[in-house]
Write a protein that binds this ligand. Sequence first.
Ligand code: AMP
Ligand code: TRP
Length: 340
Amino acid sequence: MRRVFSGVQPTGNLHLGNYLGAIKNFVLLQNDHECIYCVVDMHAITVKQDPKILKSNILEVAAAFVASGINPEKSVIFVQSQVSAHAELAWIFNCTARLGWLNRMTQFKEKAGKNRENASAGLYTYPVLMAADILAYHATHVPVGDDQRQHLELARDIAQKFNNDFKADYFPITEPVIMGNATRVMSLRDGKNKMSKSDVSDYSRLNLTDSADDISNKIRKAKTDPLPLPNESCLYSEKKFNEDIIANRPEAVNLLSIYSALSNESLKEVVLKFSEKQFSFFKNELNQLSVETLSPITKEMRKLLEDKFYLEGILNNGADKANSIAEPILKDTKEIVGFY
Ligand code: AMP
Ligand code: TRP
């Protein structure tokens, strides 16, 4: 069976982009795959975290997984730092990955910003730990949002180089799974910026913890342009907008894509439904749909977070299962490398 692995960082403010780009797909995949979903706290500390807040954010991601429909009986849900194979394999892969490869990582450049000298060494080798996460389970498929494409390419390069260096056909070459119509959800305040946990404006994103009123306010205030919604001529194909509208009307593109992902209707259906209508009308519909989808998740998350024992039980059980898969793979890897 194909094995799926993915991770989400416990860095607070889980948002609609995390849901549509990742978690919603995690739920869909568990029907016909063996799935392993991880709260990646070791990735979170590559930038400064408050220990108390980190702890509560870890439970919040676990709650979001379960509230969104990941079934802990079917899929493995666990915390990265509780399975030591991740750190051990990451070290070995740090010796496989080349500096030149890491120097090309655009997310490091974005996150480190101008003051690169002051970024942690962990932030620099972040994608190597990510490769270890995936390969510690011999995962073949990795569902992520579009922003993780380059990191997954690196995981493939690491697997390939390791296999070549040791003349061992050992690690699989992982396939990225970037699915749905919202693989890159943009900020509600600026259609050219990604929706992000760290944006200072809370109006830029719909959080999974937002109330129905918060959602309505944010959608009402979402940036648009003065024109009515586009007609069919904005489509390049059934599934893609054309370059012109992407460049000139990014907010319209973003809101229509969000609607399409939430409603499970194709882009073409959505564009036809709102063709040449006013934004005010469309925003009302988008608001209703967003509240219908997100409110039950928010409610369930709150309920789960009141029962920490239950969540901790899921995570402990998940760590045991994860460990039993990763341990033999780590053991083989050490053997291949020549460790005593
Ligand atoms: P992170 O919060 O960085 O750990 O991301 C968790 C998952 O959400 C990853 O698969 C990301 O690719 C995905 N993701 C994060 N932001 C967005 C976004 N704005 N649109 C779509 N997917 C996203
Ligand atoms: N880097 C990913 C992100 O920020 C999270 C992540 C860590 C991950 N390890 C992973 C995703 C392994 C997929 C597979 O979104």
